[in-house]
Design a protein around this ligand. Structure first.
Ligand code: IPM
Ligand code: MN
Length: 335
């Protein structure tokens, strides 16, 4: 994955809205980490994507940006506005990012609906309803084909079970096989095959019932392996449990490289005001460090984020009054 070359090339694509405020924050944190530690060195290469570049050039994801991401060891992406799907789905495809890992962790001192939440969604990231087979058959009659293959299902199951074993979580597999008998039936069979091969234990849960249980008591759950759309919906639900989208980072992991993005979007209501919560982006940075096997540095960044939030230095989305820069500076100072 990361190779032995010590200098890591990281593509940086802020995109639109608050992406332009939180990506510089994570970059600042990673630069501080690299300054302080022997053996950690980044080369940042910047690219454009999103509404702004589409307005100017007619395309939301310029070929140069796609190539920049493919040519880097990892990428940091902020957010795109109206063009989000035109940017992030092709970027995930470009690096064959089959796993979307989304931790939802509650932090002490942050007003969380469920303060004990410690969940990690491992979302299938290549198919399901995202395969792009949507059609208008006739005016007023539309269809969508949901693709579930054994190959992609086994791949995400393996990733999820291995992640859970490594981080000591129990596994729940979300599905809706009572209705989508063929597709989610296939998904569950694939999961069962991989579990048997790995000797892994897990339980299954209908995704609708799981949504309710997660709100009621998330402590019964750890890693949740899910088909693509279920993972999209359940991870936003979990963001609501821990205090909002400003806290959720995600990793799009492929066989050779990974792209890290905060789960929040461009937040046009607060963009440009300097008050966006940089925590999600900075937690992406922690995940990026861990991806490169700089485990200790990643843990330090997580700790600095936790301490800063717990000390009450919080942006308005969490009920605080701090600015993006103030929170970022406090995190850098704690490193
Ligand atoms: C996400 C977003 C994307 C998704 C959209 C913007 C295509 O909601 O990353 O959660 O559905 O995957
Ligand atoms: Mn989403």
């Amino acid at each position: 994955m990361s190779g032995t070359r010590s200098r890591k090339r990281v593509a940086v694509v802020p995109g639109d809205g608050i992406g332009r405020e939180v990506i510089p924050a994570v970059r600042q944190v990673l630069e501080a980490v690299a300054d302080q530690r022997e053996g950690i060195d980044f080369e940042f290469v910047a690219g454009e994507a999103g509404d702004g570049v589409k307005e100017r050039t007619g395309t939301a994801l310029p070929e140069e940006t796609r190539e920049l991401v493919i040519g880097a060891d990892a990428a940091l992406f902020g957010a795109a506005g109206e063009t989000a799907a035109e940017v992030i789905i092709p970027l995930r495809r470009a690096i064959d990012a089959f796993a979307n890992v989304r931790p939802a962790t509650a932090y002490p001192g942050v007003g969380a609906l469920q303060p004990e939440t410690d969940l990690v969604f491992v979302r299938e990231n290549t198919e399901g309803i995202y395969a792009g087979h949507e059609t208008e058959l006739a005016p007023g009659v539309t269809t969508l084909t949901r693709v579930i293959t054994a190959e992609a299902s086994e791949r995400i199951a393996r990733y999820g079970f291995e992640y859970a074993a490594e981080h000591d979580y129990r596994v729940t597999v979300a599905h809706k096989a009572n209705v989508m008998q063929t597709t989610d039936g296939q998904f569950l069979e694939s999961v069962a095959r991989v579990a048997e091969e790995l000797g892994a234990e897990y339980e299954t849960a209908l995704m609708d019932a799981l949504a309710m249980e997660l709100v009621r008591d998330p402590t019964d759950y750890g890693v949740v392996i899910c088909p693509n759309l279920a993972g999209d919906v359940l991870s936003d639900l979990a963001a609501g449990l821990v205090g909002g989208l400003g806290l959720l980072a995600s990793a799009n992991v492929g066989p050779e490289r990974a792209l890290f993005e905060p789960v929040h979007g461009t937040a046009p209501d607060i963009a440009g005001q300097g008050v966006a919560n940089p925590a999600a982006a900075i937690l992406c940075g922690a995940h990026l460090l861990e991806y490169f096997e700089f485990e200790a540095a990643g843990a330090d960044v997580r700790e600095a984020v936790t301490e800063t939030l717990s000390a009450g230095l919080q942006t308005p989305d969490l009920g605080g009054e701090a600015s993006t820069d103030e929170v970022t500076a406090a995190i850098v100072e704690r490193l």
